[in-house]
Design a protein around this ligand. Structure first.
Ligand SMILES: Nc1ncnc2c1ncn2[C@@H]1O[C@H](COP(=O)(O)OP(=O)(O)OP(=O)(O)O)[C@@H](O)[C@H]1O
Ligand SMILES: [Mg+2]
Length: 394
C-alpha cells in the first residue's frame, strides 16, 4: 500500500552513516563540501594525504542524495527506523478494513500524521478525513459538534447542524486527545463503535454512522481507566489496533531524513532557495540532541535556522543555544550495539569526528580548533598527520 521504497527492506543505520547517506553538506554537484582551508592550513599535508583520509572517514558518497528524491515513506510520514517501519506494516495490514485504531505517543511525534496516513492508505481516501480535538472543544459544545443537533435543541440552536460524524460519512473520523472526552459522551461514542449508530442532540432519529474511527492520545488510557475517568469498555473498543508512534530520541536514525524533508519544506515556505544544505557540524548537533518536543521541535528548529541562515549552509550558529550548549556527556553518550563493537576503532572514530567538527567550526584554523579541543596546536597538527585528516577529504 505504501510507496515502492519497501521500508521493510531497509535496515536502521547509525547516525553518522545516515548523515552521510543523505548528503549532509553537499554541493549541488553531489560532491562532499569542505570548508575552504584557512591560511594556517599546512600545504604539505594536504595533497599527499587525500586518499588516506578518504579511506579513514569511509564516508560513502550517497547514491541518491538529492533532497528532492526523499522518499515519502508512508503517505507523508517520513522515517525509516525499524520502529516506524513497524507502524507502516500494521497500517498496511489494516488499511482496507474499518477497524478502529488507537494511536498513542508523546506530543509532537506525528500521531495526527499517522492517522492521516491510515486514511490515505485506505479505500476511504476519496472521502473526508474529519478531525475533532476532544480536548479543545468545551464539553457543552462537543456533543453537538460530534453528533449534530436539531433546530431548537437548546438555546441558540437556530438551525439544524450537521455533526462531524455525518461530515466524515464514508471517510475517517479522527478523535484527537480522546482521553479528554467527557464521561457523558463516552457512552454515546461507545454506541457509535458498537452499533454504528447515533442520534443528533434534540433529535429522536437514529442515524447510521459509516465512519472509520482513529483516536489519538498522549495520556495513558489504562491509567485513566484505573482512575475512573475513562470507560473501560470504550477503551477496549478503541484499542482494537494500537499504533505506538515512537519518540524521536528512540529513532535518531530518522533525524537526517526528517532534517532534509523539513529543510526543503522551510526553504519553499520562506523563499530561501539558495540554502544548499546543513553543515556536517550542524547536522551532528541535530543528530545528537534528545528532542523532548519530538518531530515538531525538529521542524521548528529547521524553519528557524532557515530564517537565520546567512550563507548557503545551515551552521551551528543558526541553531538554538539549547541544542549546542548541552554538556558533552549528555550529547555524546555512546550506545553499545547489541552485537558489540571494536572499542579501538570506535574510540578512534569518535575522536576523528570531534576533531573534524572543531576544524569545520573554525574554518580549519588549527590554532582555534586546538583551543576548542583543549589541545595545543602542535599536538593537533601531529594528530592530523597521523590520522591523515585534511580539508580536501572532508
Ligand atoms: N514522521 C514525520 N514525518 C514528517 N513530518 C512529521 C512526522 N512526524 C511529525 N511530523 C510533523 O510534526 C508536526 C507534529 O506532528 P503531529 O501534529 O502529527 O504530532 P502529534 O503527535 O499529533 O502532536 P500532539 O501530541 O501535540 O497532538 C507536524 O507538522 C507534522 O507534519
Ligand atoms: Mg495531534
Amino acid at each position: 500500500m505504501h510507496d515502492s521504497q519497501a521500508p521493510a527492506a531497509i535496515s536502521p543505520v547509525n547516525n553518522s552513516d545516515a548523515l552521510d547517506d543523505f548528503g549532509v553538506a553537499e554541493s549541488p554537484s553531489g560532491v562532499m563540501r569542505a570548508a575552504e582551508p584557512a591560511d594556517d592550513v599546512d600545504s604539505d599535508d594536504a595533497d599527499a594525504e587525500t586518499e588516506g583520509a578518504l579511506a579513514l572517514e569511509a564516508a560513502p558518497l550517497p547514491e541518491s542524495p538529492e533532497p528532492q528524491l526523499l522518499p515519502d515513506c508512508m503517505h507523508g510520514v517520513i522515517g525509516l527506523s525499524e520502529s516506524l517501519v513497524e507502524v507502516y506494516r500494521v497500517i498496511d495490514r489494516v488499511a482496507d478494513t474499518t477497524c478502529t485504531i488507537l494511536v498513542t505517543g508523546e506530543s509532537g511525534t506525528g500521531k495526527e500524521l499517522v492517522a492521516r496516513a491510515v486514511h490515505r492508505a485506505s479505500p476511504r481516501a476519496p472521502k473526508a478525513f474529519v478531525a475533532v480535538n476532544c480536548g479543545a472543544i468545551p464539553e457543552a459544545l462537543l456533543e453537538s459538534e460530534l453528533f449534530g443537533h436539531a433546530r431548537g435543541a437548546f438555546t441558540g440552536a437556530h438551525a439544524n447542524k450537521v455533526g462531524r460524524i455525518a461530515m466524515a460519512e464514508g471517510g475517517t473520523l479522527f478523535l484527537d486527545e480522546i482521553g479528554e472526552m467527557p464521561m457523558s459522551l463516552q457512552v454515546k461514542l461507545l454506541r457509535v463503535l458498537q452499533a454504528r449508530e447515533y442520534s443528533p442532540v434534540g433529535d429522536n432519529r437514529t442515524l447510521k454512522a459509516d465512519v472509520r474511527i482513529v483516536a489519538a492520545t498522549n495520556v495513558n488510557l489504562e491509567n485513566a481507566v484505573q482512575a475512573g475517568t475513562f470507560r473501560e469498555d470504550l477503551y477496549y473498543r478503541l484499542n482494537v489496533i494500537h499504533l505506538t508512534v515512537p519518540a524521536l530520541r528512540e529513532r535518531p536514525e530518522d533525524v537526517p531524513l526528517l532534517m532534509q524533508h523539513f529543510l526543503k519544506k522551510a526553504k519553499e515556505k520562506v523563499g530561501r532557495t539558495k540554502i544548499g544544505g546543513v553543515s556536517r557540524a550542524a547536522a551532528q548537533i541535530l543528530a545528537d540532541y534528545q528532542w523532548p518536543g519530538n518531530v515538531r521541535e525538529l521542524e521548528n528548529t529547521i524553519e528557524r535556522a532557515v530564517l537565520l541562515c546567512q550563507g548557503d549552509l545551515i551552521e551551528p550558529k543558526d541553531l538554538p543555544q539549547r541544542l549546542c550548549g548541552l554538556g558533552v556527556e549528555k550529547r555524546m553518550s555512546p550506545r553499545l550495539p547489541d552485537a558489540g563493537l571494536d572499542l579501538r576503532n570506535a574510540v578512534e572514530s569518535f575522536e576523528n569526528q570531534l576533531i573534524r567538527q572543531a576544524l569545520e567550526r573554525t574554518k580549519w584554523n588549527k590554532k582555534q580548533a586546538a583551543t576548542l579541543l583543549g589541545l595545543n596546536r602542535t599536538t593537533l597538527v601531529e594528530m592530523l598527520k597521523r590520522k591523515r585528516i585534511n580539508p580536501r577529504a572532508a
